[in-house]
Design a protein around this ligand. Sequence first.
Ligand SMILES: [Zn+2]
Length: 549
Amino acid sequence: MPKSLLALAALLASSSALADTLVTNANGIQVDAQGKLERFTGILIGDDGKVKRVLHGEMLKLRDTRVVDAGGRTVLPGLIDAHGHVTPLGFTALQLDLTGTTSLAELQQRLKAYAAANPNARWILGRGWNQELWADKRFPTSADLDAVVSDRPVWLGRVDGHAAVANGAAMQAAGFALNTQAPAGGRIENGLFVDAAMSLIESKIPSPTAAEQDAAFAAAQRIMLANGLTAAADMGTTPDEWAAMNRAGAAGTLNVRILGYAGGIAGMKQINGGKPSDWLYGDRLHLGGVKLYADGALGSRGAWLKAPYQDMPDTRGLQFLSDAQIMEQANAAASGGYQLAIHAIGDAANAQVISTYEKLSTSYGKDRRWRIEHFQIADPADIPRLKPAGIIASMQPTHQTSDRLMAEARLGQNRLGGAYAWKTVEQLGVPIAFGSDFPVESPNPFPGLAAAISRQDLHGQPPGGWLPEQRVTFEQALAGFTRGAAYAGFAERKIGNLEPGKWADFIIVDRDISAADPQAVARTQVLESWVAGKKAWEKAPSAGAERGR
Ligand SMILES: [Zn+2]
């Protein structure tokens, strides 16, 4: 191309890049600063990717403006998951998925196809098989896998995560043979490793390369955008994950916003020279906090309870840290200027974390936005302590729908008064942030929105909702996934709703979720996801949205 034409092309490119964008004909829905539903019809977006004006029916006559006709479809601010694990979401999605296999032959067939499609995978990792769904119900063996892939290690987990089968190359790589003895609490049978024996192989799986980290992060971004998530709090960001996110930022392939929380004090010291980061790459990456753990999970009876488990009276679960230890770690983070996000599931763990935050509030002032992650089972007497200590409840509505029967078994009917107590928390004026804990649960926020307003799962169970007095309103649910999640990440001046000066992060969906019943809300399909005024993802015609799992 001659020089003059090149110059003209560059001029055209820059002039179109500098035009404003007007989104019109929208059925816009968001939550205003008072918590009320605000309807809007359009958004004027500046060339900097930020909102210039939100329209409420008025027509703008603008020149040099790109017009995007929303066609009357529903437009929402980009949804924010306040508690996810971003890179693990990508790794999970990139693994061989064996859920639903109906025979060993089908497992072998999927393994063969995956191996062919991933010639550079050093190890082939997969999960999801369940021999109970197979006609002969026989566990797979290493020989079954060797018949398909023998040139590199293969490690395939059972659906419940309590067993996995290794091929010969995996056992060889780990230095084991068919006659190797299992450790206490484990079992090995023809290449099948059960419970404690699984670590024999898992400890030998090489940690991901930088290229593998990049691929997982790219996959996670696609899944987020396909589910309408334009931002997420990343709970437990590792130094390697942080490096991959920065590579994406530098390469211009960071298409979502990541609010990072380092995993533990050691990780905190390694990432970014031991201090919170600036908001990087146009507010797309920030390390502002540290994630700590006060206890385990309810399903494995690791949640730390004030009274013994109903279904195992000799245990109260696991206390991870003494009062002195948790205070020391929290102090190390808070004095370094980090926000704290502490995992607490059981009522004893929640009481310990509240006490810790009450003490920290006196030395560090109130607007530190101390976060409790999950806040799943609380003693009703402790919930009124949140607000005065400046604590945010970061909760996951789909944990409630997944866990309810297990929670009843673990706690008994009389100890559920502070279980997944969203409405009680809300009525006490405690800021709420909603999320999913992906990939533990699906990253799709719409079943979460539906659970928040119904206390029912995707099938409408149980009828009338589980402890239905803890339902929140639609506005409160939407706020939890938008403004509330932004506030919980010190990002409320940047994202969480559409108003002048904030980023034009929004999504277009296939239905008016403010008018739909909960089961219909749960089935919402995302059509387009926009970040900073640019379309970052679009649903392919007649294709289902990509889901995390
Ligand atoms: Zn989590």
